[in-house]
Design a protein around this ligand. Structure first.
Ligand code: ZN
Length: 570
C-alpha cells in the first residue's frame, strides 16, 4: 500500500493526543483516500488554464479528487479502485452538445433508414420488410433514399408503394429532407388530391392524368408528414434511450435539448429513475404559450438525479432557415428578390413572456438565423433587460442565448457583447451552408456570417452544438468544422471567411467549458479540476495536434459521466 507523504508529515507534527487520534483514524483515512476510478498513463487536456495538462485523474463519489501525474495518482489506488492504464490515449472534459434535439436523435435511430439503397428494387425491398412488420393501418415512415443512383434515376411513385403497402400509410423522405414520397393511403388520410391547394414553398407533383404522383416537394411534405401520429409513450421511451446510447458512444456527456414539452420532461424523469438515461440533459421548454407559462410559474427547479437533469430554460423560434429561404433578412434574398424570409414568432406574446421569464430567473434561448431574425432577437432581449432591472430579477445575469447566430449584420455583432448574449453556434451548419450562401445572400452578407472568431475576440463564451438530427451530431465533425472551416473533403471558396475559424483550444472550449457556462453549470463540469464532476471523453487520437483531416478519423473509446463508465472501458 502506498502512503501519502503529506499525510505522514501531518502525523509527525501533531501533538501527542492528536497523534493518537490520527493513528486510530488511520485505516479509515486511507480507505477514504482510495478512489473509485483512476485513469492514468494518459494525455489529459483539462481546459483549466492554471494546469492545462496532466497524466492521471482520480475519482471518488462521482467527483474528481486528483488531477496530476502518474506518480501522484498512485496513492489513490486501493483494493476496490478500477484503475485504467490508458496507454497514452487522450482525455478531455466530457463533451457538451449545446444545441440538439434529443428525442429527434432517437427517432432518427428508430425510423426506417433507407440510406445506401443503390437500386429501386433494394429500396422497395427494405420498405416491404418494414411494412410486413407493421400492424395493418399503422404508419410506416422512413428516410434516406436518393434516386440519382437508380436506373432510370426517376422519383418513386405512390403506385410503387401501393403494390407493397396497400393497407398501411407510408411516407418516405429523400436523403436531403427536401422531398418525400407517400403512398395512396397516406395521401387519402392527408386529403391530398389533384385539387389540394399547394402550400407556398412547395409542390405536389402530378402525373399525365393530373393526379398526384405521391411526390411532395419541400413545404408540401408537411401535408402528409404533419399527420404522422405522435409516438406512443413506449416509442418515446425507446427514442430517448436510443438517443442516450448513441450520444454516449460518440463521447457526448451532456446534451442541451433545444425544445421540449412537459410530457417529454416526465418521460425523461421516469427513465432517469429507472437508470435508463445516463447522459446529462439540460432541458428547454418550448414557448411562448401554456407550457412555458407553467415553467415560469414554478421557476427554475433544483437539478435532479445527481445533477444529470435540469429544466430552467425556454426555447423560442424567431425565423426559418436559409435552405428554404425562411431565414428573416433585412434585405431580400439575392436569388429571390421578392422574398425577405419569415418571422415565425408571435413577437407580442414573446415580449411579455420574456419579461416574466427574466423576473422568474429563467434562461431564454431564441433560434435566429437571418440578420433580421438576429436583430429582432437582440431588440427583444434588450427590451426585456431594460424593463426588468437587476433588482427585480431572480437571477442577475440571465445568460440568455441566441441559437445559431448565423447571419448577423456587422453592426449587431457588438450588441451580443453589450447585452451579454451567448452565441450558441453549430460549426457544421457553416460548412454545409457556405456552399450556397454566397449566391443566396451575396458576398457582402457573408461578413458577419458564422462569426465564431469575432465573438471569441470580444470575450464571449461561444457555445458549440450540433443541431442533430438536422446535422449528424458527431463531435469530431463539429470540432473539425470549427478549426478547419472547410467541407469534410477539405474544400472552401469565396465568402467562407477563413479568419473566422477558431483555434483548437477555442474549439475544445466551445464543446466543454463554454457549453457548461451556457447552462449555468461551469462550477459543476466543463473542465477537469478537483471538485468537479468526473465527466471525461477519451479519444484514440490527439485532436489538439493531429493534422486537420485526421480529426475526422478520431474515435471515442470511453465516456465517463459522474465517475460512471457509460461507454467503452472494456
Ligand atoms: Zn435546432
Amino acid at each position: 500500500m502506498q502512503y501519502d507523504s503529506s499525510f505522514m508529515t501531518t502525523l509527525h507534527q501533531a501533538p501527542p493526543m492528536r497523534r493518537l487520534a490520527l493513528l486510530l483514524l488511520l485505516p479509515v483515512s486511507l480507505s477514504a483516500q482510495s478512489a473509485d476510478l483512476v485513469l492514468r498513463h494518459a494525455t489529459i487536456y483539462t481546459v483549466n488554464a492554471k494546469a492545462p495538462n496532466a497524466q492521471a485523474v482520480a475519482v471518488k463519489d462521482g467527483k474528481i479528487v486528483y488531477v496530476g501525474s502518474d506518480a501522484g495518482v498512485a496513492k489513490f489506488v486501493g483494493p476496490s479502485t478500477r484503475s485504467f492504464d490508458l496507454t497514452g490515449r487522450f482525455v478531455y472534459p466530457g463533451f457538451v452538445d449545446s444545441h440538439a434535439h434529443f428525442t429527434g436523435i432517437g427517432q432518427r435511430e428508430m425510423t426506417l433508414n433507407l440510406e445506401g439503397t443503390r437500386t429501386k428494387e433494394a429500396f422497395l425491398a427494405r420498405v416491404d420488410s418494414a411494412v410486413k412488420k407493421a400492424r395493418p393501418g399503422a404508419w410506416v415512415a422512413g428516410r434516406g433514399w436518393i434516386e440519382t443512383f437508380w436506373s432510370p434515376p426517376l422519383f418513386p411513385t405512390r403506385q410503387d408503394l401501393d403494390r407493397i403497402a396497400p393497407n398501411n400509410p407510408v411516407v418516405l423522405t429523400r436523403a436531403d429532407g427536401h422531398a418525400s414520397v407517400a403512398n395512396s393511403m397516406a395521401l387519402r388520410l392527408a386529403k391530398v388530391t389533384k385539387t389540394t391547394a399547394v402550400p407556398s414553398g412547395g409542390a405536389i407533383n402530378m402525373d399525365r392524368d393530373g393526379e398526384p404522383t405521391g411526390m411532395l416537394i419541400d413545404h408540401a411534405q408537411g401535408l402528409v408528414l404533419g399527420i404522422v401520429p405522435v409516438a406512443t409513450e413506449a416509442d418515446l421511451e425507446r427514442a430517448l434511450q436510443l438517443a442516450s446510447e448513441r450520444e454516449l458512444s460518440l463521447g457526448w456527456t451532456q446534451v442541451q435539448d433545444a425544445h421540449g414539452s412537459w410530457r417529454e420532461v416526465e418521460r425523461m424523469r421516469k427513465l432517469y429513475r429507472d437508470g435508463r438515461l445516463k447522459i446529462r440533459i439540460y432541458k428547454t421548454i418550448t414557448g411562448p404559450g401554456a407550457e412555458a407559462d407553467r415553467l415560469i410559474a414554478q421557476g427554475p427547479g433544483e437539478s435532479e438525479f445527481n445533477d444529470r437533469f435540469e429544466v430552467r430554460a425556454i426555447k423560442l423560434v424567431m425565423d426559418g432557415a436559409l435552405g428554404s429561404r425562411g431565414a428573416a433578412l433585412l434585405a431580400p434574398y439575392s436569388d429571390d428578390v421578392t422574398n425577405v424570409g419569415l418571422i415565425t414568432m408571435d413577437t407580442v406574446a414573446a415580449k411579455d413572456m420574456m419579461r416574466r421569464a427574466l423576473k422568474a430567473g429563467l434562461q431564454v434561448w431564441t433560434h435566429a438565423i437571418g440578420d433580421r431574425g438576429n436583430r429582432l432577437t437582440l431588440n427583444l432581449y434588450e427590451g426585456a433587460f431594460k424593463a426588468v432591472p437587476v433588482a427585480q430579477r431572480k437571477v442577475a445575469d440571465p445568460r440568455w442565448r441566441d441559437e445559431h447566430s448565423q447571419i448577423v449584420s456587422p453592426p449587431d455583432l457588438v450588441r451580443f457583447k453589450q447585452l451579454g448574449i451567448i452565441p450558441s453556434m453549430q460549426p457544421s451548419h457553416a460548412i454545409g451552408d457556405l456552399f450556397f450562401v454566397p449566391s443566396r445572400l451575396g458576398l457582402e452578407r457573408t461578413k458577419g456570417a458564422y462569426a465564431w472568431q469575432t465573438f471569441f475576440s470580444m470575450g464571449l463564451p461561444v457555445a458549440g452544438g450540433t443541431d442533430a438530427p438536422v446535422e449528424r451530431g458527431e463531435p469530431m465533425i463539429e470540432f473539425y468544422a470549427a478549426v478547419a472551416r472547410k467541407s469534410l473533403d477539405g474544400k472552401s471558396g469565396p465568402g467562407w471567411h477563413p479568419e473566422e475559424k477558431v483555434t483548437r483550444a477555442q474549439a475544445l472550449k466551445m464543446f466543454t467549458w463554454n457549453g457548461a457556462f451556457a447552462a449555468f453549470e461551469e462550477r459543476r463540469h466543463g473542465s477537469i479540476e478537483v471538485g468537479k464532476a468526473a465527466d471525461f471523453t477519451v479519444l484514440d487520437q490527439d485532436i489538439m495536434k493531429v493534422p486537420e483531416a485526421q480529426i475526422l478519423k478520431t474515435k471515442n473509446v470511453m465516456t465517463v459521466v459522474g465517475g460512471e463508465i457509460v461507454y467503452g472501458g472494456k
